[in-house]
Design a protein around this ligand. Sequence first.
Ligand code: PLP
Length: 420
Amino acid sequence: MTRSEQLFEAAQKVLPGGVNSPVRACRAVGTYPRFLEKGRGSRVWDADGKEYIDLICSWGPLLLGHCNETVETAVQEAVKKGLSFGAPTAIEVEMAELVCEMTGVEMVRMVNSGTEAVMSALRLARGATDRSKIIKFAGCYHGHSDSMLVKAGSGALTGGAPDSAGVPAEMAGDTLTADYNDLDSVRRLFEANPGQVAAAIVEPVAANMGVVPPQPGFLQGLRDLCDEFGGLLIFDEVITGFRLAPGGAQEYYGVRADLVTYGKIIGGGMPVGAYGGSRKLMELVAPLGPVYQAGTLSGNPVAMAAGLAQLKTLQSNPSIYAELERRGAMLQEGLRDALKGIPAQVNRVGSILTVFFTEQPVTTYEQAKSSDLERFKHWYLGLLQRGIYAAPSQFEAMFLSAVHTDEEIEQIIRAAREIF
Ligand SMILES: Cc1ncc(COP(=O)(O)O)c(C=O)c1O
């Protein structure tokens, strides 16, 4: 038995499924999770000492790789001054100023996770519009708050059914589900619920059904529909924020949302989320306004130090984005070539990619779901065996960082040639 298997056996006695977040359990790929011990740059090592090229990078936060020196030093300095105060600290001001400068939001509120950011932004949208319904897209993930755990009924006009036990039907009923990349489905929901839709929330690049780029005009079309029907547009940039460009998907696609949520990269590997928007909207948040939202550890100085160091590094090295694009394209093209003859689609935006094992191009959730999950399993296990640590589910992304090298990308492409 490997050390990881031993740890997993012990973990299952005291943690549901042996993990603190479900995908990590590797159930979709029929293996046990590798317990990780350390990371450096683009590499991680498991509890048995095996080294891997890391294509998860903590599910996105580590855009500069593991143990980036600037981030590490900033954290060490912050720790020496105290872990938490529950009082305002100077670093929160600096962080908020930088986030506003990079993303174009006028005000921001720090929270502790992407889930919390989305939950709070939805409350703000409802408070600002005095409407209760939310449009989301099937296959988009926005964290695990009640109203976001809803999938489409086929006649999506009538409101959703909960996707998880424990979500009250009344909550789910206020969540309307549209189809990603299908503006008509959004229009129909707005028209069927006149004056009731507080906001439409979208992952500007869907990355939780695997990576599915927005079709040309989709995001602008959403912007226009929200304006026409008086709902707010929320971009959930928990994955795309600071990754596609300093200003995230808003900058990358040139479409502005009313509210934006952040997570992952904004914390540099520490638990941080944030939501922001115009001054007018954000001034509705407590203590200025009637929308209550709070947090004992929000704006935690150690977490802020990590996030601020990472964001500053990104801001002062804009060439990182061109490099991420180049390496992403290199991996995409290499994988396409290596997988010729296999029914596979390599979707990519910038530095996030997914290989879907299906004949047809993937531009919708339905097409993503047509993937051959047995073939994916073979792919995943083949990568793992060859020292490449990728997401253990077809419906996730590969995350490249600024420290993955051309040689590593070639190694991944070589592995792809061998696996099939
Ligand atoms: C787009 C998106 N929104 C929200 C979340 C939830 O973030 P967290 O896991 O930090 O709560 C995720 C997590 O993967 C995400 O990808």
